[in-house]
Structure formats: structure tokens, C-alpha cells
Design a binder for this molecule. Structure first.
Ligand code: DGJ
Length: 736
């Protein structure tokens, strides 16, 4: 521990220090080091974030800090600027500041100095003050068990006037040779489309102003060596664990520093600190790796190590939405439940349409009472039926939303978020409830508790189907996204505490609210409203940069995909859904016996592989052939793995060239078996490695590989690899 007294605070920049090397902080764990130069001017700067510097001595780390210090240059400041922990113009920084604010238009300058450090080998709390601006800051830095770098900042107003916070972010320096940026964009039905750009001088900014991360949000902003892929290439990335507005920045400065930064985004006047008041930011979390897979594994591993992480096998789910939409009746839904049970489903989720006035999407949101015209005996007959067939019951809700055509909106128009006299533009015919309004909160909480008390509901699918616009607490009120988000977190926490075992899915028109703030309180995300396996391939790959696969809802679609009109093969759809939290969204009552037995075989395979999915490591292969997608999950002890070999398009090579299967133990030998997928004659015949039941070493599979089967486009083959020395695997049958 460094004590208060050991930290140099009296820093005179122009005079040489008695010990020019000063003090350094070295936090390290899980393969990651963070080195902070505590004596950088005007306050500490991160010298290194990335590879764990095992073997470094205190002395060499001090040298490292000195080696990072900039020289004075012509045309520059006499005290060269640094991208310090909370860089501000008052401290000489001319790039995007880490903190901006003012006191009614005055006192905008901030220059923080270090006054205290408390630290152990993986955690530190730094206290900084600006006595003139009357502000103090607590910075929490920590390196998690899997090597994630967490930062959080608390800003306190020590003055006797109000302080408006305009901007607050946390910066993560990246290596100077990280010259390529990767982020994602998207829209409803196509979240997480990757885009790459050169990381040149200037600022690259991604903002979310939708009151939720949004379908276009990037889960991480990454910067790496040019051409980095999933398997190789040094890359760093930052995520903001927050479900409201936020901002991610990548900045390269002509002063020779490059960084990623993230923080909450405030609307004008949204955060005004009263004298003595403070604000604590959401965590900004950095990960890095040699390749995106390693970067993703840090997120997965650390997330899985939480005590609250769902540990029981992820129940195979049937969601009623695309099967029946709003056409609810006991008869129809019990028939669907029967069909679901017959293929091995374990959780039956009743989606939108069960509550008062909700016969379509124009009315009813807010009136969270079971509709007696559709359900004269409440949901009991359906819930009992579902339970009798051995399944859990789940229920859809959208508690933050309200239709103007609802009793709630008619009785409490003041509970709706608005910044003007008129309501904001509607979206899906709905408005947003001001959850930070005490009475609105109390009503929603009471309705949810009542439903959870009355029915044995194991699972809530918590939807959020519109972006927020002009979200204020009534005309002329203050902006409310931050308060709304905090109220949402409080509500989720309270529901979980009051109903032990309750699981919650975060859905927002598909995957428009995916972040570690919401995932700290929920058990799965709805990855996208598109069930088209072709679209899902990209979506799932890039969602898994952050989210462990067992928390990603992946559903088997009906043959004609509702969102794209594409007709897809059952085996293709099932294979693409296999390596996640598996479900079905299809009117199974309309399927014949043969189809149902094929679905049942897939469900059986999903149950077989789910322990591997829940604990293993994702592998995404940087292929040479764009028409073939190879991905899989390898057990932590590398005793087994499951891969999908997907033919997305035709390839020029016919038959296609070999694909590599990396991630296995180079020295062990693996038996390879096709366990599901493509049923085309071509794929079935003449695939010699299948006929001969070969075994290959992990090294051979990575360095040389094997021929994928000849498949039609939009087909997938699932292979299981089992180490010959491993435990005999339990799979029976499979889905062929
Ligand atoms: C959007 C969701 O993403 C869908 O799965 C479904 O729940 C609908 N909302 C219901 O309104």
C-alpha cells in the first residue's frame, strides 16, 4: 500500500525532481498490467495498459514511466501536455478533456492534483483535488481476475455554488501502433455490423443519444495493429457499462499519445451538483488481447466469475412471439405448449399481448393486468398447463413504456417523459414512462410484484421498444435519461431481491440494450429480432466480443424468416443457434411429425453441448475464404470442442480448400465426429475424414486443418472433437 505521505504532491514542473523517476503504481492480474506514473505533470498518467509485465522491478517500472515522458518541442507548451488520468486544458491538455463543467457559466477551468493514493497489487483509489475550482475526484482503478481494466470516477462539488457537469469520461491509453479502429453499427434487425477505419490523428466519436445504447451502438470501441483479427493482432478495446446515453472516443494526438475513452453522455443541465453533491460514473472497462478472441475471453471469464452469474443449464426456451403474435387464446397457447414440450423445451415464454387492451401494438402498455376478455381465469390455466408438461413459465413485460391509449396514460399524463408541452414523437405508438417519478415507479413496481406473487413466473422478458427522445421530467423539466436508467437498475435489483431465482432477459426491439450495466442485473440478452441465421452469424460473432455466449438468446426460426422473407433450412437455423442460449420461435403446432423429430434431435444436441457453451472459450477463425464461416467453443480443459462449418455462400474452390480448427491442445489427439447439420447428399458422401473416423492432433488441426464438407450455400455442419484421452463423451444420436 502506498500511503498518503509517500505520494509526491508538491510538483514544480520546471525544476528537476530530486528523484526524477518518481513513483509508479503497478496494478496487475490475469495477464494484464496497468502502470501509472504518479509523478507525471500535472497529475498521474497511465504509462502502460496491456500485457502483464512479469519480471519488471520497481526500478525498471520507474524507468518506464520516465521513458514515456514527452520532450518539450518548438511551438508547444513549456510543460509538455500529457493525456493524464483526468486530462483538462487547465492541466495543459489540448485534446478532448476528461472533465468539463462550470458554475453558471463561470469557473470552467480544472487542474487536478494528486493528494492521496491507496493501492494494493490490483486495485487503487486515487484522490485528486482542485482547490481553486473547488472540486474533488476519486478515481477507482482495478484489474480484474481475467485481466479486465476497470475505471470509475466520482466527482464532488466542494464549492458553495452549483456545479454543472458537462462531460466526464475515463481514458485508456493504447499503443501508438494501434492504427486501426473496429467498432460496430446497425439498426433494428441488424445490430452489430462491424466497420473498420484507419485510426488517424484527431477524434473518432461514437455517441449513443437514444436513452438506451441503441441498435447502432458499438459494444466496444477497439483499436489495434492494422489487420488484427480474432486469432491474432494486438488489440485494445473499451466498453461503458451503462444502459443510457454514453460516448466512446478514440483519439490520436499530435503530441504522440493515443487513447480510447468512455463515459456517460449528459444532456444540457442533466447533471448539476449541489454544494457537497457528487456523481459517480458507470464503470468504463478495458480489455485487450492478441486477437479479438483473447480480448473477448477476458470479458467472458470475468463475467462468469460473478457470484450472480446464472449457473444452472440454460433452459431450452420457446418464445410465443413469432408463433402467435397478438393472437392469444388458451386453446392456441396450450397446443403450442404441448408441441414445445414434445420436442424437449424447458421454458415457455408468453410474449406480448396478454394484458388489458393489448390486442395489437397500438394500445395497452402500462395497464399491467391480465386481460379478462382473453383470459377469464387469469393466466392460471396456461401456467398450470405449462407446469404440468414439465416446463417453466416466463412472461413478457415492457414496464418502462406506455401507450397513450391506456388507462395509465389517461389517468397520469404527468408520468410520461417529455421536455415540451407536447409529447415527443411516438415510436411504435408508444411513449416512455418517467420511471424516476416516485409515483410512476411505485405503480410499476407494485404491478410487477403482484404478477410475480400471483403466478409462478420463473422468467421475465423485459422489453424496451423505442429510443428515447427529449426525455425530460415534464415540460421545462430537466433531462431524465440518467435518473431513468438509475431507477431501472433499482427496480431490477429490487425485483431480483424480492423474488429469488427470478431470471430476467434484457430485450430492446431485439439487441438495442446490450451492455454490462443491464447484464449485471439480468440473465440473458435478446440478441436480435432477426432470426435469420445468415444475418445472425455476424450479429452473434460481434455481440460475443462482450457477452458470454450462454447469455445470448439464439432461436430456431420458422422456415420462412419473418424479418427477411428468406426461406432457410432447419438444420442451418439450428446450427447457428446452437452455441448460445438456445430457443425456438416458431409455431410448432403447424409442423409435421418428421419436422418435430428433427427439432427434438437438435434440442437434444443443444442440451448435450450447453455445459461446453456455458464454460468454454469461443473460437472465431480468421478464414481465408469469405464463403465459409468456422467458429466453435473449446472446453476450458481443451478435452472437447464443438465447431460449426457454415457455407454462407458459394466458393470458387469446389470442393473448398481446407479450414483450420484452432484453439485445441496442440499435443493432444482429437476424434472428429459430425453431430449435426447439413443433410445434403453431397455433404453426406465422399467426405473421407468422416467415413474413416480419423483423429488429429490440436496442432495438426490448427496448422493444417481439414476439408469442410461440400454444402449448398446457407448450410452448416456441426462437428464435435473429443480428446482421445478425455472422458468418454455422453452424446447420443445428434441431429442428423
Ligand atoms: C420486440 C421484441 O424484440 C420481440 O421479440 C417481441 O417481444 C416484441 N417486441 C413484442 O412486442
Amino acid at each position: 500500500m502506498l500511503s498518503h505521505d509517500e505520494v509526491t504532491t508538491d510538483h514544480t514542473p520546471t525544476a528537476p525532481q530530486p528523484d526524477a523517476a518518481g513513483r509508479v503504481l503497478h496494478l496487475h492480474r490475469g495477464g494484464t498490467s496497468v502502470v501509472v506514473d504518479l509523478d507525471a505533470a500535472p497529475h498521474p498518467a497511465i504509462v502502460h495498459w496491456g500485457e502483464e509485465l512479469t519480471g519488471s522491478s520497481e526500478q525498471t517500472l520507474r524507468g518506464l514511466a520516465v521513458a514515456a515522458r514527452p520532450q518539450r518541442v518548438s511551438g508547444g507548451l513549456d510543460e509538455p501536455a500529457r493525456a493524464t488520468l483526468v486530462a483538462t486544458p487547465g492541466g495543459g491538455w489540448l485534446g478532448t478533456p476528461g472533465l468539463e463543467g462550470h458554475r453558471d457559466g463561470a469557473s470552467f477551468s480544472v487542474r487536478l492534483e494528486l493528494v492521496d493514493v491507496q493501492a494494493d497489487d490490483h486495485r487503487a483509489q486515487l484522490s485528486l483535488v482542485d482547490r481553486e475550482a473547488r472540486l474533488s475526484v476519486q478515481l477507482e482503478l482495478s484489474v480484474g481476475t481475467a485481466g479486465l481494466f476497470h475505471q470509475r470516477i466520482t466527482l464532488r462539488n466542494d464549492g458553495d455554488s452549483r456545479y454543472t457537469v458537462q462531460h466526464l469520461h475515463l481514458a485508456f491509453p493504447v499503443p501508438w501502433d494501434a492504427t486501426e479502429i473496429l467498432d460496430t453499427t446497425g439498426r433494428h434487425l441488424r445490430e452489430r455490423s462491424p466497420q473498420r477505419h484507419p485510426f488517424g490523428y484527431g477524434t473518432y466519436l461514437r455517441e449513443s443519444r437514444r436513452g438506451r445504447p441503441g441498435a447502432d451502438a458499438t459494444l466496444v470501441l477497439a483499436a489495434g495493429r492494422p489487420g488484427f483479427g480474432f486469432e491474432r493482432g494486438r488489440v485494445h478495446a473499451v466498453h461503458v457499462a451503462w444502459s443510457g446515453n454514453h460516448r466512446l472516443v478514440a483519439e490520436r494526438s499530435v503530441s504522440g499519445e493515443a487513447f480510447l475513452a468512455g463515459g456517460e453522455l449528459f444532456a444540457p443541465g442533466e447533471v448539476v451538483l449541489a454544494p457537497g453533491g457528487s456523481i459517480t460514473s458507470p464503470e468504463a472497462i478495458g480489455s485487450w488481447g492478441d486477437g479479438l478472441s483473447e480480448l473477448a475471453h477476458r470479458f467472458h471469464d470475468e463475467w462468469r466469475s460473478r457470484p450472480a452469474h446464472p449457473r444452472r443449464p440454460r433452459p431450452i426456451t420457446l418464445n410465443t412471439w413469432e408463433a402467435v403474435y397478438f393472437d392469444h387464446s388458451l386453446e392456441r397457447l396450450t397446443a403450442l405448449a404441448d408441441a414445445a414440450a414434445s420436442v424437449g423445451v424447458e421454458r415457455f415464454v408468453l410474449d406480448d399481448g396478454w394484458f388489458v387492451g393489448r390486442r395489437d401494438d397500438t394500445a395497452g402498455l402500462g395497464d399491467w393486468y391480465v386481460d379478462p376478455t382473453v383470459w377469464p381465469d387469469g393466466l392460471h390455466p396456461l401456467v398450470d398447463h405449462v407446469h404440468d408438461r414439465g416446463m417453466e413459465f416466463g412472461l413478457w413485460v415492457e414496464p418502462e413504456m406506455v401507450n397513450p391509449d391506456s388507462d395509465l396514460a389517461r389517468e397520469h399524463p404527468d408520468w410520461i417523459l417529455r421536455a415540451r408541452m407536447a409529447l415527443p414523437q411516438s415510436a411504435r405508438q408508444q411513449q416512455v414512462l418517467d420511471l424516476a417519478h416516485e409515483d410512476a415507479y411505485a405503480y410499476i413496481a407494485a404491478r410487477l410484484h403482484a404478477l410475480l406473487d400471483e403466478y409462478p413466473i420463473a422468467y421475465l422478458k423485459w422489453d424496451h421498444n423505442r429510443d428515447l427522445l427529449d426525455a425530460g421530467s415534464g415540460p421545462e423539466g430537466v433531462a431524465r435519461v440518467r435518473e431513468h436508467t438509475l431507477a431501472l437498475y433499482r427496480l431490477l435489483d429490487e425485483l431480483k431481491a424480492a423474488h429469488p431465482g427470478l431470471e430476467i432477459e434484457s430485450c430492446a426491439s431485439g439487441g438495442a440494450r446490450v451492455d454490462l450495466g443491464i447484464l449485471a442485473r439480468t440473465d440473458r440478452i435478446w440478441t436480435s429480432d432477426t432470426l435469420d441465421p445468415l444475418e445472425r452469424l455476424t450479429n452473434q460473432r460481434y455481440t460475443a466480443l462482450l457477452v458470454p455466449p450462454e447469455l445470448m438468446g439464439m432461436h430456431l426460426t420458422s422456415p420462412v424468416v419473418h424479418s427477411t422473407g428468406r426461406t432457410v433450412d432447419l438444420d442451418f437455423s439450428a446450427a447457428v443457434a446452437l452455441l448460445g442460449h438456445v430457443g425456438i420461435e416458431w409455431d410448432l403446432t403447424a409442423t409435421d411429425d418428421e419436422t418435430r423429430s428433427r427439432i427434438a434431435a437438435w434440442v437434444e444436441l443443444a442440451k448435450h453441448v450447453r455445459p461446453l457453451v456455458a464454460a468454454g472459450r469461443t473460437v472465431d477463425v480468421d478464414g481465408t475464404e469469405p464463403g465459409i464461416d468456422v467458429r466453435g467453443i473449446v472446453a476450458r480443459d481443451r478435452s472437447s470442442a464443438v465447431f460449426t462449418l457454415t457455407q454462407t455462400d458459394t466458393t470458387v474452390a469446389y470442393p473448398p480448400g481446407r479450414v483450420r480448427i484452432p484453439g485445441l491442445d496442440p499435443g493432444r489427439q482429437y476424434r472428429i465426429r459430425v453431430v449435426g447439420g447439413s443433410t445434403t447428399a453431397a455433404a453426406q458422401s465422399g467426405l473421407e475424414w468422416q467415413d474413416h473416423g480419423i483423429a488429429l492432433t490440436g496442432r495438426e488441426l490448427d496448422a493444417v486443418g481439414l476439408r469442410p464438407p461440400v454444402q449448398y450455400p446457407q448450410r452448416s455442419t456441426v462437428i464435435e472433437l473429443t480428446a482421445e484421452d478425455g472422458a468418454p463423451h455422453q452424446a447420443q444420436g445428434g441431429a442428423r
